[in-house]
Structure formats: C-alpha cells, structure tokens
Design a protein around this ligand. Structure first.
Ligand SMILES: Cc1cc2nc3c(=O)[nH]c(=O)nc-3n(C[C@H](O)[C@H](O)[C@H](O)COP(=O)(O)OP(=O)(O)OC[C@H]3O[C@@H](n4cnc5c(N)ncnc54)[C@H](O)[C@@H]3O)c2cc1C
Ligand code: FES
Length: 353
C-alpha cells in the first residue's frame, strides 16, 4: 500500500491516499484516508477536513467534511459524504473516488469539540450531521467518564448512517450511552416538546447539534426552552464554501507594528496559552492582523462560513463584515468570527480563543 505523499502544498495541503471506500447507505459513503505522520494532521473529535474536488469550470472547489473517525480509536482519517441533491462535490466524490486514489486535503480544523470528555453530553444529529457527533461520542466513551444521550433523526430507516456501529456502541456502554432514534417516516419532523423533555430530564449537560438548518434551530430553541444556557449549546453548520482556500493567496497585507498607531485599537489576544498584544487597524480583520505577525491563529475559509476562527470578545467592541455561522444570541454572548471581525470604537479590546 502506498504511503502519504510527503508534498506539502499551500496552507499545509497534503495528498492522502484513500485506503478504503465504505458504502454506508444508498446515498452516503465513507472515505478512509491514510493518516500522515506530521503533527498538523492531529485532530480533536468534531473537527473537519477540507477536501479539494476537481472542477472543469473553476479548476477545483473546496468542501469541508467532518471527521467521523475518532483520533483515539482509529488509525485512519475517515470522512463520510452524503450526496446532496444537485450538489457538485458530494456527488463527484461518491461517484469518482475509489481505494488507491489520492485526495488533496487541508489539515483538520474547527472548534466543534467538547472541552472535556468528563462532562455529560446531549448529542443531536440530523442525517449526515452524525459525522462529528459520532466521533465525539466514541472519543468521550473511550477517553472520559461522560454519560451521553444521542438523539439521532433521519428520514427513514435506510438513511441511518452508522446504524449498526451505533447499536454496538450502545450495547458496549449500556450505562453511559443512550440512543434515541427519530424516524421522520414514522414519527414526523422531530418534535420540539420531545427534545425539551429529553433535555429537562438530563440537566447540566453540554449540547452538541449538527444537521440541517431547521433541525438545528428547532433543537436549539427546545434546549433553551428547557432551561439550558445558550453558552452550553454548540452547533456545527454544514455549508458549502464559496471561496477556495486551496487556490487563494493567503498572504495577509502588512500591518503596522506599534500598538495604538495609525488609528488602530490596542488589542490583547489570548491564544494557546499565550497573550499577544497587537495594534488592530480599523478595516482589517483580526485573522489577517495575526497572520501578518506570524501568530498561528486558527482559520480555514476566511469567508465567515466555517467557524474555525471563532473566539470571544471579553472587552471592547468589534463587528463582523460577514457571518453565516453565529446567531444573535451567540453574538450577544461575545462570540466573534475573527476572520470577519474589525474593531469598533477606541476602547482596548481583549479576545480569547
Ligand atoms: C464544517 C463542515 C463540516 C461538514 N461535514 C460534512 C459531512 O461530514 N458530511 C457531508 O456529507 N457534508 C458535510 N458538510 C457539507 C459539505 O461541505 C457540502 O456542503 C455538501 O457536501 C454539499 O456540497 P456539494 O458540492 O455536493 O453541493 P453544492 O454544489 O454546494 O450544492 C449545495 C446545494 O446548493 C444548491 N446550489 C448549488 N449551486 C447553486 C446555485 N448556483 N444556485 C442555487 N443553488 C445552488 C444545490 O442544488 C444544492 O442543493 C460539512 C460542511 C461544513 C462547513
Ligand atoms: S475562517 Fe471560516 S469562518 Fe472564519
């Protein structure tokens, strides 16, 4: 079996061999990729890969796919792709990629991951939204003490991705994993009252939701009605990227060095246990400011579409140029997409990643 191509492209892109393709359902397939041995491909459960898909029209397109594998359990990187009606990349991948092929991917990214595997979890998945949630569940069961309830909604029985594996997981951990399947063909659209009650009977948990937009907003609303704090509700939005991080220049424009000069705002950034003090020029996004200073800030799309650059603003004020991820309450809670954030006002700013 060939090994991972050592070539590293822009942004750490690697060509990885596809070891296996697994037909999961009639319209979803898993692609098990070889794990390269460099640090940049270490990942946390809930993170995703960005995959390059050739296109005769544009050269290529980029799409994100959550890792369904667990970093603690699996030696391969596994993404599971569900065909989208009239969708380009999902159908191309399912139709064209076989074992032995290579895929060009960017290193794992994303912030949809539990802070601890010991905190009890409420996991909600709709359809292909199971992928990050399955990785989180398996990782927490093997690495922590968390008790987990997985609410898993699907159109019908045939569309349940990982059905057998989830059954086996529940049988292996009867005291810690409870699975509630919801089939639209039998029970209709997931019922807000049922979700509310489920959450009420399991207080004090962290919730992770992934699935179609209406599913996620319905579940989030029900959780809040049950009394859960907005801060304990984490969502992963599945969208198609409009830009192409494989092809775009990622060189940030140079910024001034002296805090407080050229009308910028003095800004303290806490990132990976380090505090950086920077001048944040008006009109420049924080990700560009940090990249220009060689600070290793998390980001992927730079278009406000993926959420990997999310941080909280703890002091001062900033606004976002574009945002397809955060809702009004997230923003009220201080969450910010730093690839779209520009400073507001004159007060010093503090950002925590
Ligand atoms: C963090 C993250 C993780 C993800 N994880 C997964 C995962 O694990 N599994 C998974 O299957 N997906 C996942 N996705 C979604 C995935 O990235 C793609 O969005 C999905 O596969 C659809 O891509 P596509 O190219 O097939 O569809 P697209 O071609 O992007 O089309 C999507 C929809 O838009 C419509 N559309 C396309 N072009 C136009 C147009 N010009 N005008 C109007 N409508 C249009 C299409 O008809 C279709 O309904 C994830 C997304 C993100 C951001
Ligand atoms: S990098 Fe994708 S939202 Fe900011």
């Amino acid at each position: 079996m060939p090994t991972a191509d050592a070539a590293v492209g822009p942004r750490g892109a690697r060509q990885l061999h596809v070891r296996r393709v697994i037909a999961e359902t009639d319209d979803a397939a898993s692609f098990a990729l070889e794990m390269p041995d460099d640090e940049s491909f270490r990942y946390r459960p809930g993170q995703y890969l960005t995959v390059q898909v050739p296109s005769s029209q544009t050269g290529s397109v980029a799409r994100c796919y959550s890792l369904a594998s667990s970093p603690h359990e699996d030696a391969e990187l596994i993404v599971t792709v569900k065909r989208t009606d009239s969708g380009y990349a999902s159908n191309w991948l399912c139709d064209n990629v076989s074992a032995g092929d290579t895929l060009t991917v960017l290193p794992p990214s994303g912030r949809f991951t539990p802070a601890s595997f010991d905190n009890d979890l409420l996991l909600f998945a709709g359809g292909s939204g199971i992928t990050p949630v399955y990785s989180i569940a398996r990782s927490a069961l093997s690495q922590g003490k968390a008790t987990i309830t997985l609410f898993y909604a699907n159109r019908h029985e045939r569309s349940v991705i990982f059905a057998r594996a989830i059954d086996e997981l529940a049988r292996a951990h009867p005291e810690r994993l409870e699975v509630v399947h919801w089939l639209e063909s039998v029970q209709g659209i997931p019922d807000r009252g049922a979700v509310r009650e489920l959450a009420r009977r399991r207080p004090g948990r962290q919730a992770f939701i992934c699935g179609p937009g209406p599913f996620m907003s319905g579940v989030a609303a029900a959780l809040e009605e049950s009394g859960m704090s907005h801060k304990n509700i984490h969502r992963e939005v599945f969208t198609s990227l409009s830009g192409n991080p494989f092809e775009e220049s990622t060189e940030p424009e140079p910024t001034v060095d002296e805090p407080g000069t050229e009308g910028g705002v003095l800004t303290e950034v806490d990132l990976d246990g380090q505090t950086h003090v920077v001048d944040w020029p008006r009109g420049k996004t924080l990700v560009d400011v940090l990249l220009a200073k060689d600070i290793d800030v998390p980001y992927m799309c730079k278009d406000g579409e993926c959420g990997s650059c999310q941080a909280t603003i703890e002091q001062g004020s900033a606004t976002m140029l574009r945002n397809d991820i955060l809702d009004e309450e997230d923003i009220a809670d201080g969450y910010l997409l730093t690839c779209q954030a520009v400073p507001q006002g004159d007060d010093p700013i503090r950002i925590v990643f």
